[in-house]
Design a protein. Structure first.
Length: 752
């Protein structure tokens, strides 16, 4: 039992929702409680509730349960998830639906075939149809019947109600006709009449309509469920970035490997080169370069030494460090970022799918029309069987198979085509955002740029050969694990093919490296390293170094045999396709904004290269600031898309109206995004928005024609001009039309 807390907030996991109208109903019930403000998110199946006064969490849960759904407090999020329980849980949730779908398809196909093809109607075919259709209408369609019953208990009707009533009516009428009417007579064949015969319908069975509708709707539900975004996946990906184990230093000097979860504030632990730092802390021994790009977006590794703070989940790229833990568990920066992602996801409004909006009015109207048809025919003296047949025709013609398939079929084809082009669409709730976005925020590191330090230029002193500079500097840097050293070595190998092996090598902490290469005493590093050996850069190299640093690049000096020989420029290189991508995004009506944790000089240099105006550059932002930037743009009335690839982008991706994650980035960013660009090419962002908009247009046209078909066919069925068998065929045709329209998405092409 949770005690009441004034001004408290709680998040509840909601179960049993089948459509967005369910979320609206729960939200309405909760908000009617005194002192309660609630938002229910259908996509994440969570309710975020603020409450005060005499309300307790148990009261909130009881209200949800009285509405016909389940509610519980989510399990605590652990910083070290074990195994793949979430994936297993998702699979367990889909398994019953998949089993019902397979059952329905296998059994419904022969039922429909026998009903529609007279040549297959052997002497006792109707009894085989009953045998095959019964499990479909009972077992396979059980989720619809259960949801309809639950909704009825609370005075509501949804698509499930219409499916349940229509299939049940068709099946029960068929039972009556088989056992009490004339449909069970050996050798009976289906009369193929467009209109309903007044006075007698006892020879008609509608098992194919009941079984076929169930199979079609289950298929739509299954594929929709598969593509539905799993709540908490971004959190899981974020938390898994942390180190699982840590080398703890005991007071007696012993080293002991323990799970990171056992760390306490004040513990000291060892971080070797290449290892992740286990938790937030302060360096108490050693110096190194720390790659914090996963968390901060800063492309250049940060030099740390005794007394400097370090952050959990960053990578030690250089020397041995001893760190004292200052924050552990839920207090770490990584855990705080996880909470940012969760808050951003829960704050995003649940997408009201168009089919559910239509059904809110459509379902009650159809049921009323069926009852009205029954009463009219009875009052007209046409007989009970004819009246019931007409009412069943109304329900069957209105069964929302096409409406139910409109979204998942277009989504399946659109996402399939997108996968071929390196674009992944998470679900139907994503699509409406693509049409509205007018601003696209681009993370710099790994999105507009490669995310890797690259040797961009070599400035040499007079009479110094560039190849010789690369040969000596590259050979020495090849012995270092520092990211800047790797950039020099990789650049040298790319141009020369092979490098000599240094005869001697030493790392000078915080300054660079020194050693002997082919008999030459070589220095590579900061200008201060050369000063310690009484060497100065020539004037033109000093100028080149200053210009490089003004442009936001890292400049390192190279000297050998007592003389300064060159300056090397290293930076995070802009991707070759980024400028073209910016042009394409502008053509779609989007305003590009560059957002980065790097300094302004670096950011503006990259912006100039790709064609983004200086006023559209936002630099030197922390992860939480990225979320604030997106919120600020939204507060200005903009609809914001965000493209990013790092953990530091995950919360902003979730907050944005449309999140596009680069597939070359982290799992956290990918899970928080709505669209994933597998190719790692920014041009794919423009293709993704075009494809998503095209898919949304297809869904809307599907829904329009499916609904228009119902509007046109319902009066015909009510007037007795369509018997239920023809109604079932018309319903099937509407589904074929929707699927065919969706298949046109296969012709989508990426821009050249």
């Amino acid at each position: 039992m949770t005690t009441t807390t004034t001004g408290a907030e709680v998040e509840l996991a909601i179960g049993g929702m089948t459509c967005a109208s369910c979320a609206a109903r729960i939200e309405k019930k909760l908000n009617r409680m005194d002192g309660v403000t609630a938002t229910v998110n259908y996509a994440t199946e969570k309710a975020k509730v603020a409450y005060d006064g005499d309300v307790s969490v148990q009261d909130l849960i009881a209200t949800v349960e009285k509405t016909g759904y389940t509610a519980r407090k989510p399990e605590p999020v652990h910083t070290q998830p074990e195994g793949d329980d979430e994936s297993a849980g998702a699979d367990d949730e889909l398994r019953p639906l998949r089993e019902r779908l397979i059952t329905a398809v296998v059994l419904a196909v022969p039922v429909v075939a026998m009903a529609m093809i007279p040549a297959l109607q052997f002497e006792y075919w109707q009894w085989l149809s009953l045998t095959l259709a019964a499990p479909v209408v009972t077992y396979a369609a059980w989720p619809f019947h259960k949801a309809a019953f639950t909704n009825a208990r609370h005075g509501a009707a949804t698509m499930d109600t219409l499916i349940s009533v229509g299939t049940s009516a068709a099946f029960l009428w068929s039972l009556w006709a088989l056992f009490l009417g004339t449909a069970g007579t050996p050798g009976m064949t289906h009369p193929f009449e467009l209109t309903i015969a007044r006075g007698d319908g006892a020879g008609n069975i509608y098992l194919e309509a009941a079984a076929g509708v169930t199979a079609f709707i289950l298929a739509g539900r299954y594929f929709e469920a598969r593509s539905k975004r799993k709540a908490g996946a971004a959190l899981k990906a974020l938390l898994e970035l942390g180190a699982k184990d840590v080398t703890l230093l005991r007071p007696d000097g012993r080293e002991q490997t323990v799970p990171t979860a056992e760390l306490k504030v004040g513990d000291r632990f060892l971080v070797r080169p290449g290892e992740k730092i286990a938790t937030d802390g302060t360096v108490v021994e050693g110096s190194s370069a720390v790659d914090a790009s996963m968390l901060t977006g800063e492309s250049v590794p940060v030099e740390v030494s005794t007394g400097d703070p370090v952050t959990g989940a960053t990578i030690n790229a250089g020397g041995r460090l001893v760190v004292e833990a200052t924050r552990v568990g839920a207090d770490t920066q990584l855990a705080r970022m996880a909470r940012l992602v969760e808050d951003a996801q829960n704050g995003k409004a649940a997408a009201q799918r168009l089919a559910d909006r239509i059904s809110a009015v459509f379902v009650p109207v159809v049921i009323a029309l069926a009852l009205g048809t029954l009463g009219f025919w009875l009052g007209n003296g046409s007989g009970l069987t004819a009246a019931f047949t007409a009412a069943v025709a109304v329900l069957i013609i209105a069964c929302p198979c096409a409406l139910g398939l409109a979204t998942p079929t277009a989504l399946m084809v659109g996402t399939g085509r997108g996968a071929q082009l390196g674009i992944l669409i998470k679900g139907p709730e994503v699509l409406e955002s693509t049409r509205k976005v007018d601003t696209i925020v681009l993370d710099k590191t790994g999105t507009v740029t490669t995310g890797r330090m690259t040797l961009l230029a070599v400035h040499t002193a007079d009479s110094t050969d560039e190849a010789e500079v690369l040969r000596l500097a590259g050979a020495l840097e090849h012995s270092s694990e520092h990211p800047i050293a790797r950039a020099v070595a990789d650049g040298a190998i790319g141009k020369l093919g092979s490098l000599p092996t240094p005869e001697d090598f030493a790392n000078v902490p915080g300054l660079g490296v020194q050693g002997i290469v082919d008999g030459n005493a070589v220095l590579v590093g900061r200008e201060r390293l050369l000063s310690e050996w009484a060497m100065e850069l020539p004037e033109h190299l000093t100028r080149a170094k200053a210009e490089a640093e003004t442009a936001g690049r890292t400049a390192i000096a190279v000297a050998w045999d007592g003389e300064a020989r060159a300056v090397l420029e290293i930076a995070d290189a802009v991707k070759e396709t980024s400028a073209e991508a910016i042009t394409r995004l502008r053509a779609l009506g989007l305003t590009p904004i560059l957002l980065t944790g790097d300094n302004r000089a670096v950011a503006e240099s990259v912006a100039r290269e790709v064609g983004i105006a200086p006023e559209d550059v936002i630099a030197e932002v922390l992860p939480q600031d990225k979320v604030d930037v997106v919120k600020r743009l939204q507060d200005e009335g903009r609809s914001v898309a965000m493209v990013g690839d790092g953990v530091n982008d995950a919360a902003a991706l979730a907050q944005a109206d449309l999140g596009l994650a680069m597939g070359t980035g982290t799992d956290a960013a990918i899970e928080a995004g709505d669209l994933t660009l597998v190719r790692g090419d920014l041009r794919a962002a423009a293709d993704a928005i075009r494809l998503a908009r095209r898919t949304l247009g297809t869904i809307r046209s599907n829904l329009f024609w499916a609904f228009a078909y119902n509007v046109a066919a319902l009066p015909l069925a009510a007037a007795g001009l369509l018997n239920p068998m023809i109604a079932g065929a018309a319903m099937a045709f509407s589904s074929v039309f929707v699927v065919g329209n969706s298949l046109r998405l296969r012709s989508f092409r990426a821009a050249n």
